[in-house]
Design a protein. Structure first.
Lengths: 604, 385
């Protein structure tokens, strides 16, 4: 690997700490950067006075929810966009003056990496080797090294289009790295990738920094990934909220994070109860515990027949706290308790089976998307379908909603198969699709009216439901705004309001929280919990492992099969070993998915 | 710090990589192969065999009010011609009913004083012709054919009878029509070369219109842009494979024209190759330009069809004569590159190397090709804005 060694002597080895501020050791210097899109009255400020530095040889995470400006920043650094104001120095070169030199020295992996799906793995690598001018004599070694690193060695002749999501992402990374760059820009490399591939991608990145002295700037919406970074830049609505080491972010939270547990009752009821107490800033379900963030100088409140336990603070706690202290009225009301707080526990004494699935199968040609799965969901239950992209979640969902006929097996939703049932039966379900399915050129009110009328609401009932939706989802301020112009969190609220206009008994939610910020996610789950307590059955798909904890019961799917089913505690227990007595949901997922044994029997 | 070590490499290596990538994509995409090779075959077969601007076996009603020797001789001459299929109608009313029912396209009505008038030298014999004018083109053809048939019958009759004086009186001027370049007036010889221009427009513009838009859509362009690749290399990498593909389609079309349809080729092959290459560049340039502007495959293909294929079909003189279009539309046809190429093809196939025709049209093609490639170069930037 002569090329790698060659590169190292052009820079100091990546050992200096982030506190070294001399300009010569900075891979990236950004000052007073502004970038807006669109014409004046409707323009959005994507990047708003951003300044930061990235030291050589560090892994720096650019963390923020969707719409924070991460991708715009990445593209500005890669010379693909021109800033409105400010300066950008990449590896000592002004990007605006000499974008070609910058592009020749960096590696950039866009969010949807441009793999040519009709080329094989090897052909994609060769193309990028040609484009980056890697000398022929260095190629065999480099290919071998990259293929070993990404575990793609066995698949060199496979078309890129036929790789799994995680493998595609690793191939994209390999293509970016064909000729070792000095600075690697990765735009959300782990989005939509299963936890196993996520861990592998991180291992590769860390290895690159250690062995090749590369500097990495990586953006992500997963807050837990902050812990892998040397430094974290927190981005929200185009502005930087802070830049520091992950430990520094959570340092001042010591003693303020606690776990609460009660011996009986649902965790989500305890969560809703705690959330309303003064002095508690945040309460989320975390394993068997309800994780609570206390205000400064506050002791945990008294908890009859329950216990408290101090927990180590996490990066997400710090982020939530920062968002709370932001003067952003848009997100403020989100933490309000649900309109109808739980009064009594769900009527468990008369469990009614609302959804029953037996041996459900769906084939697309020779490909089996869903392979003989069985489960059942009770009334008022929050039931989760967990799995990576391509596990078969969405296909299962579409069959349940009657959008797709099953190839085999039996299913019933509210007693009928919706694919063959009359349209009237469908009025009992509400469906919120992954892409929100809103009419972007219609206003919020027009969208609500349309979906309400589509379900036959009219007259006084219609106006009453409209008033409810505007109030409950705090949409009144945006009632005449086109839905396409709403912030992401409000789009999600509107989509949910549309799905609820006709007061369905069963609510299907397909990846509802992808990309929304943690505050919105909390508000969303508070509403879901409220609905479940009113007896609405909730069926939800997600690839967020922590959200799996919020479900009453769930199944984990992989390659069309059910790997595990049960309550979160039961599933976590399956991964329990002596080495890991308290596995997280992610640990459990990885254990189950990599286990060589046959998948567990599919009865839930 | 020391300046970064740029990862440049040679321009040839990058272009080679891009061309190989594009070629592999073409080979693995059945749609582009189909457009390049199947489409010409299908279109040529349809136009070569199915569509004909010649009239043959025109259904004809023949009505003689007073059948006699002369009218029978006239009928016999229609019967002998392969252009007509006459049916004898008992009276004019029946013939008119046939015309209304579309059983016949025209009525030849021989009045009762036909023979008498024919023998009178002072007057030409009256013959009534009624033609269904719904299809104006077909009606004009039918009229011309019947007139020609009538003239030749008159001439033949005069000769046979040896009545010099009567012939001289009836036909003071004899029209001797001589048709150059397509002596048999076979419309296929005229259509097939024109069709090649239309097919080449389709292959060139439609294929390239899709490729750049596809890279936009799939996000592959974003990754390409952040490599040391230069815009010119990107454009050449796109043009070369589709140029080769287009020339392949061209060769196939010409081979079919010459060997399957027997269209004569009187010009030089090198001129055909040169002008085809130029024309293909105009089509590729237009396609590339559309695809850079559109950034979306659906929009790009619509624009490509509306701005390249349809004009090549309608405004190039392929089917509709440019001379008979209104003035403003005629001016518009100067922008259609197929217009020049069709003239070139007709000339090369049917007339030979006529420099005075070929040069101006070739120069026009060159100008259009340069315009679109320069416009593409101007429009495409290594930027997402």
């Amino acid at each position: 690997m002569p090329s790698l060694l060659l590169k190292n002597d052009t820079q100091a080895l990546g050992t200096q700490g982030p506190e070294t501020q001399a300009l010569g050791t900075q891979a990236l210097v950004i000052q007073g950067l502004y970038k807006s899109f669109g014409k004046a009255p409707r323009s959005t400020q994507a990047v708003n006075n951003v300044s930061f530095c990235v030291p050589m040889g560090a892994i720096v995470g650019l963390i923020g929810p969707d719409g924070a400006g991460k991708t715009t920043l990445m593209r500005l650094m890669a010379g693909l966009l021109t800033p409105d104001a400010g300066s950008l120095q990449v590896l000592g070169v002004d990007v605006q003056k000499d974008p070609l030199t910058v592009q020749a020295s960096i590696g950039y992996m866009p969010q949807h990496f441009g793999l040519y799906e009709d080329l094989t793995v090897q052909e994609n690598l060769t193309l990028y080797a040609d484009l980056q001018g890697l000398p022929f004599n260095q190629r065999p070694d480099r290919y071998q090294q990259l293929l070993a690193m990404t575990g793609l060695g066995a698949f060199t002749d496979r078309l890129a289009g036929q790789l799994s999501g995680g493998m595609k992402q690793k191939l994209g990374l390999a293509c970016t790295l064909v000729r070792p760059p000095n600075l690697l820009l990765l735009d959300e490399p782990t989005v939509g990738v299963d936890p196993v591939s996520r861990r592998e991608l991180w291992a590769i990145v860390i290895q690159l920094v250690q062995e090749e002295g590369m500097t990495v700037l990586l953006s992500t919406a997963y807050l837990d990934e902050a812990e892998h970074c040397d430094e974290v830049i927190l981005l929200h609505e185009g502005q930087i909220l802070g830049q520091d080491t992950p430990a520094a972010f959570t340092q001042h939270l010591a003693g303020r994070v606690w776990g609460a547990k009660r011996h009986q009752g649902l965790r989500r009821h305890l969560q809703a109860e705690l959330r309303q107490q003064p002095g508690i800033l945040d309460a989320v379900i975390d394993g068997d515990w309800v994780r609570v963030l206390l205000a400064e100088q506050t002791a945990p409140p008294a908890l009859p027949d329950g216990v408290w336990q101090p927990l180590p603070p996490r990066f997400e706690d710090a982020f939530v706290l920062m968002l709370h202290s932001q003067p952003a009225p848009q997100t403020a009301p989100a933490l309000a308790p649900p309109a109808s707080p739980p009064i009594e526990p769900t009527p468990r004494e008369r469990p009614a089976e609302v959804i029953a699935v037996h041996g459900l199968t769906r084939r697309f040609g020779a490909f089996i998307a869903v392979n003989a799965i069985s489960f059942s969901v009770q009334r008022g239950e929050i039931f989760g379908l967990l799995g990576a992209n391509g596990a078969g979640k969405s296909t299962t969902f579409r069959m349940l909603c009657g959008l797709l006929p099953a190839s085999g097996g039996a299913l019933s939703v509210a007693g009928v198969d919706l694919f063959t049932a009359a349209a009237k039966a469908r009025a009992r379900i509400g469906y919120m699709s992954q892409k929100y399915a809103l009419y972007e050129v219609l206003s919020v009110l027009q969208n609500l009216k349309f979906f309400a009328r589509a379900y036959g609401l009219k007259g006084a009932h219609l106006s009453q439901r409209l008033a409810w939706a505007l109030a409950e989802f705090d949409l009144d301020q945006y009632r005449d705004t086109n839905s396409g112009l709403l912030p992401l969190g409000f789009k999600q609220r509107l989509a949910m309001a549309c799905a609820l206009m006709h007061e369905p008994d069963i609510l299907f939610l397909d990846e509802p929280t992808s990309g929304v910020d943690p505050i919105e996610r909390r508000a969303f789950w508070a509403r879901i919990n409220g609905l479940a307590d009113l007896g609405v059955t909730i069926m939800i798909t997600t690839h967020f492992m922590d959200e799996a904890e919020y479900c009453d019961r769930l199944v984990i799917m992989s390659q069309g099969r059910i790997l595990a089913a049960g309550t979160p505690a039961v599933i976590r227990a399956q991964a329990q070993t002596e080495a890991a007595p308290n596995p997280s949901m992610e640990d459990a997922f990885i254990t189950l998915i990599t286990a060589p044994t046959q998948p567990a029997g599919a009865g839930a | 710090m020391s300046p970064p070590t740029p990862r440049r490499g040679s321009s040839w290596m990058r272009m080679g990589g891009l061309i190989r990538k594009e070629s592999l994509q073409i080979l693995r995409d059945p749609a582009s192969i189909a457009i390049a090779f199947l489409l010409p075959v299908v279109l040529l077969l349809i136009f070569g065999y199915g569509v004909s601007l010649n009239a043959k076996h025109i259904p004809l009603a023949f009505v003689a009010d007073a059948p006699d020797k002369e009218s029978a001789a006239l009928l016999a001459s229609f019967n002998h011609s392969s252009y007509f299929s006459p049916r004898i109608a008992p009276n004019l009313a029946t013939a008119e009913r046939w015309l209304l029912n579309r059983q016949v396209d025209a009525i030849v009505h021989v009045p009762s004083d036909f023979s008498a008038q024919l023998h009178t030298a002072s007057q030409s014999a009256p013959l009534q012709l009624i033609i269904n004018g719904v299809d104006a083109n077909q009606a004009r053809l039918t009229q011309a054919y019947i007139q020609a048939g009538w003239q030749s019958w008159l001439a033949a009759r005069t000769q046979a009878a040896g009545l010099e004086h009567s012939a001289a009186a009836a036909q003071p001027v004899a029209l001797a029509a001589r048709i150059w370049f397509n002596p048999e007036l076979r419309s296929r010889d005229y259509l097939v070369p024109g069709l090649i221009a239309v097919i080449m427009t389709l292959i060139g513009a439609l294929l390239t219109a899709l490729v750049m838009a596809r890279e936009w859509e799939r996000g592959t362009l974003e990754a390409l842009m952040v490599t040391p690749v230069h815009i010119n290399e990107l454009l050449i990498g796109k043009l070369v494979p589709y140029f080769v593909l287009g020339m392949g389609g061209m060769a196939l079309s010409v081979a079919m024209a010459v060997w399957l349809f027997g269209v004569p080729f009187l010009g030089s092959w090198w001129l055909l190759v040169l002008t085809s290459a130029l024309f293909l560049l105009t089509a590729l340039g237009m396609g590339l330009f559309i695809s850079i502007v559109a950034r979306n495959q659906f929009v790009a293909s619509l624009i490509a069809i509306i701005t390249t294929f349809l004009p090549a079909f309608m405004l190039s003189g392929f089917i509709f004569d440019i001379g008979s279009m209104p003035g403003w539309l005629q001016n518009l046809t100067y922008l259609v590159s197929a217009r020049y190429f069709i003239v070139i093809l007709h000339t090369l196939f049917l007339a030979g190397d006529v420099a005075s025709v070929l040069w101006p049209n070739t120069l026009a093609l060159l100008a259009i090709a340069l315009f679109f490639i320069a416009a593409s170069r101007r429009k495409i930037r290594k930027s997402l804005e």
